[in-house]
Ligand binder design. Structure first.
Ligand SMILES: [Zn+2]
Ligand SMILES: [Zn+2]
Length: 241
């Protein structure tokens, strides 16, 4: 399967990443992508920018060198009531909002707690994508989150950076994909790049989707048409690519 956009990347704004926005966009160009989402961590991560970063993102052009640049964020889920660390104004503005569990920002819960908070995120009107739900130690019920994602039109991430950190999690990816296909849930294939050279690197995930005969229509970044449709359905004011 061809992937035309990288919908989860980090810049120098997160101090454990190494490239500027301009370098990340150039990386997208080198990988022949049509779009990139810049999704730095919300303020609850120890090395994240403060909230001004998100508030000021309106100055970033949505098209740079013919590449769509989604002004995004990776919000931290900071408690099991479903509190996140981005403001309502930022959520209203951003072109793409990912919500993720990170053990730097929350103590890992039980599978039941993780599943319940993921369901809350999928029902949150301003959250578009669930970040790396396959990531240990945050076990969850994939069937439930796929069912809720299908119902709400949100996407579940297949994250190659997380897979590189936890290669033995591949069975989790397969199980999540099976659940998404069963329920008709959308998926987002991402690099979660922390340096420009990783932009557009999706590891074995596109091949896995082919082997599992996943319909292209279920992958939000498998074509320009799919991505335009997803952004429109999510109510985003983003130029048609
Ligand atoms: Zn993350
Ligand atoms: Zn990330």
């Amino acid at each position: 399967m061809n992937i035309i956009a990288d919908l989860h990347t980090h810049t120098l704004v997160s101090h454990h990443a190494y490239s500027s926005l301009e370098e990340m966009v150039a990386g997208a160009g080198r990988s022949n992508l049509r779009a990139i989402a810049i999704t730095d961590h919300g303020p609850a991560m120890p090395d994240a920018a403060n909230s001004w970063h998100f508030t000021s993102m309106w100055i970033v052009p949505q098209i740079i060198n013919s590449i769509g640049v989604l002004r995004g964020g990776e919000a931290n889920i900071i408690d099991y009531d479903g509190t996140i660390d981005l403001s309502q104004a930022d959520l209203d503005f951003l072109d793409l909002v990912i919500a993720s569990l990170h053990d730097y920002a929350i103590r890992p819960g039980t599978a039941g707690q993780n599943t319940a908070v993921y369901e809350k995120m999928l029902r949150h009107p301003k959250i578009d994508v669930l970040g790396h739900p396959t990531d240990p130690p945050f076990d969850c019920d994939y069937d439930t989150i796929a069912r809720v994602a299908a119902e709400t039109g949100k996407a579940l991430e297949l994250n190659s950076h997380a897979l590189r950190k936890h290669p033995d999690a591949i069975e989790r990816y397969k199980e999540l994909i099976r659940c998404c296909v069963r329920h008709g849930a959308l998926m987002s294939v991402v690099s979660d790049a922390h340096v420009s050279y990783e932009v557009g690197y999706f590891d074995c995930i596109p091949q896995l989707l082919d082997e599992m005969e996943v319909p292209e229509a279920l992958v939000v970044n498998a074509s320009v048409e799919n991505l335009n449709r997803f952004l429109r359905q999510r109510g985003k004011k983003f130029p048609t690519l």
